[in-house]
Design a protein around this ligand. Structure first.
Ligand SMILES: N[C@@H](CCC(=O)N[C@@H](CS)C(=O)NCC(=O)O)C(=O)O
Length: 239
């Protein structure tokens, strides 16, 4: 909590979870300190089950006595509670609508298509990669020609809400083939705007502090993939 405001926050998380990283990155950008509790998701603590009885998932943020669950809900809560510190959401309503729209896209489209890559092999996986690349192309077009065009980040010169949401889920895009055993694809060639954005995101000091070492994450994802493949299909987390 060094140098950060003690806001009476406790975060229940798991080191490799992109949903937890979203919350950690938002707290870091806002300069808010918090106590961190690492959960063993194969043996969840009674406290986690009590705080998030509906989904029984991390992250859960405890503010005083009040638990808040679901990463996007937590991000909005943090942003609306500490408005004076590093605003994450844009002030313009149209831009806010666009941020929310692309957050839905990240969860419903990108997230699901990448999950399909992780849990499949052979032709099924190649089809999943085609679907995911089609989704990435939509994001590439948005960065090139849409509301966010010409910006370093979706938030402008600095990272904003959408950078936190998409960045924590997809900073591993350059290692996607390694993580999933999929055929290699050239991010730089097909997706110049996304690949620049990924590089800029990964270079941010707050991101470096929050996101675990890439080799460690890739190794962990390979283990998860093997576990899913040996146990049969797993349900997708909502990314
Ligand atoms: N939609 C949730 C997803 C959270 C989620 O899937 N968390 C995973 C860890 S990456 C979890 O707690 N899994 C435990 C389980 O599914 O039982 C969010 O955005 O917070």
């Amino acid at each position: 909590m060094e140098g950060a405001l003690d806001a009476g926050l406790k975060l229940f998380g798991m080191w490799a979870s992109p949903f937890v990283h979203r919350v950690q990155l938002a707290l870091k950008l806002k300069g808010l300190g918090y106590e961190y509790v690492e959960e063993d998701l194969s043996n969840k603590s009674p406290t986690l089950l009590l705080l998030n009885p509906v989904n029984q998932k991390v992250p859960v943020l405890l503010h005083g006595d009040h638990p808040i669950a679901e990463s996007l809900v937590i991000l909005e809560y943090i942003d609306e509670t500490w408005t004076e510190r590093y605003p994450l959401m844009p002030s313009d309503p149209l831009e806010r609508a666009a941020v929310r729209f692309w957050c839905h896209f990240a969860v419903d489209k990108l997230g699901l298509s990448f999950w399909e890559i992780l849990k499949s092999t052979g032709d099924e996986q190649r089809a999943a990669v085609r679907e995911a690349l089609g989704n990435l192309k939509l994001l590439e077009d948005e960065l090139r020609d849409g509301l966010f065009r010409g910006r370093r980040f979706f938030g402008g010169e600095k990272m904003g809400f959408l950078d936190v949401v998409i960045g924590c889920g997809y900073h591993c895009l350059p290692e996607l083939d390694e993580m999933t055993g999929a055929d290699p694809f050239e991010l730089d060639e097909g997706f110049p705007c996304i690949s620049k954005w990924v590089r800029d995101f990964r270079a941010q000091p707050e991101v470096k502090e929050v996101i675990p070492d890439h080799d460690k994450l890739v190794g962990y994802m390979k283990v998860i993939r093997q576990r899913i493949l040996s146990q049969g299909s797993a349900s997708a987390p909502r990314v």
